[in-house]
Design a protein around this ligand. Sequence first.
Ligand code: NAD
Length: 501
Amino acid sequence: MLADGVQALIDGEWADAEDGAVFEVTDPADGSVVAEVADCGPGRTGAAVDAAERALPGWRAMPAHRRADILRGAAALLAERAAEIGALMTREQGKPSLEAVGEVESAGEHLLWAAEETRRVYGETVPAATADSRIWVLPEPVGVVAAITPWNFPASMITRKLGPALAAGCTVLLKPSELTPLCAAAVGRALMDAGLPAGVFNLVPTSRPELFAAAVMADSRVRKVSFTGSTVVGRRLIEQSAQDVKRLAIELGGHAPVLVFPDADIPAAAAAVARSKFLNCGQACTSPNRIFVHRRVAEEFIRQLAGQAAQLTAAPGSDPGSTLGPLINERARAKVERHVEDALARGARVVTGGRRPEGDRFSGGAFYEPTVLADVDEEMLICHEETFGPVAPVLVFGDEEQRPAGAGHKASTDHDNEAVVARANATPYGLVAYVWTRDLGRTMRVSEALRFGMVTVNGAPLAPPQAPFGGVKGSGYGREGGHLGVEGFLDHKYLSVGVGR
Ligand code: NAD
């Protein structure tokens, strides 16, 4: 059965592509067609910019309390429709139902946080140099924003951008991933049902993202492009944005290290690493890709992590018992298999998993068993490329034999800390690092030395709406969440006023 077809949303009206073209969205669990979607070209993108530009003066002038009410209303509708939208998400993206419903709820939380922030977009007054003048700093929306989002979190990646953009008073056109436009349409429907004025949010699905990018980059009415996706596309957008000096927010891939020190709570660490590793079948920018465990606790940690992995049930996400859905497509599985084969050829060992699950129910989708690899080292591909799949590679650190001659226990510990931090930092990426230790001093020293945009210690939550999510280095720039999220969609106008004497 097909879900409803997905149309573009332009100026408050649902519309087909300019030439009636469609593309298909398929279910990653079995390859069946889920929906036909309007395949918009540059004409529809231009119409969406026209609509967003027209809607901008009214939206930015609307009292903040009223804008907050609309965002709050949309958040409530997402919460109310979480089961229904979650089912769509499982069909287009593959993740287990529980995860999908949780993501829709969290997408609503991002809108709710933005609703509250709408009322806290404060300006400044600054002491002037003379008695007859005044200085004000006025926050203003940057203007029309183009948002481009990935498929791995098809609802929350959208509201993390939309919420703060709308809170700041911007208007938006969104191009969702061509793999997951159904959730995007559901978010659009919730906003319209909550009373968002026509043209403030526009949806432009397309299977030709490069045409969308070319159109918005060439249009000087679009003042900001907010992108989440791969580093290779991010780099291209940075180049394309130069001509019109557009503002950019660029949230890219990651290669997250986990550092498990010998004083860590090992069962808690193994359970939390399993959760973040196998969430969304490993298809998260925050997914651990190098798990460094101190030699003294490595055996126990690996045993516990493998135990956690073995408890997962690989199955189509719509199966009530599923805790590990399929990968998004065959290409994604081929990459996972390449990483595992390369690691095994270079001396790694499979502790659990390491293959496709067997059985008819798995034949239509790109399933892969939850996998733990031991004896991993930095010669292996998996330590350099983002795997984006359910493989947990464990590396060991802290070799007592390498301790400088005559050094005491403390020197040995310092040496271990510095060595593992250097290994963790040896990546072009810089999104998130995970630290496990019960030593407060070490927590601070190690966290400060890690060159990542986010560090989470002892399993503390990573992406609540009130915290500034984002990376450094090859993981991009810009922050989503917290007041810095709204800040990203504001310009600050300096107003210098002569007041006479
Ligand atoms: P992708 O770069 O292939 O696609 C992302 C978006 O860009 C999609 O909407 C796609 O249609 C569009 N796109 C593709 N080619 C384009 C082009 N030439 N011009 C303009 N847009 C284009 O990435 P993906 O496979 O959808 O997502 C996975 C990647 O996203 C991973 O690297 C992951 O780590 C990253 N990611 C990062 C974050 C973060 O917050 N840092 C969050 C989620 C995912």
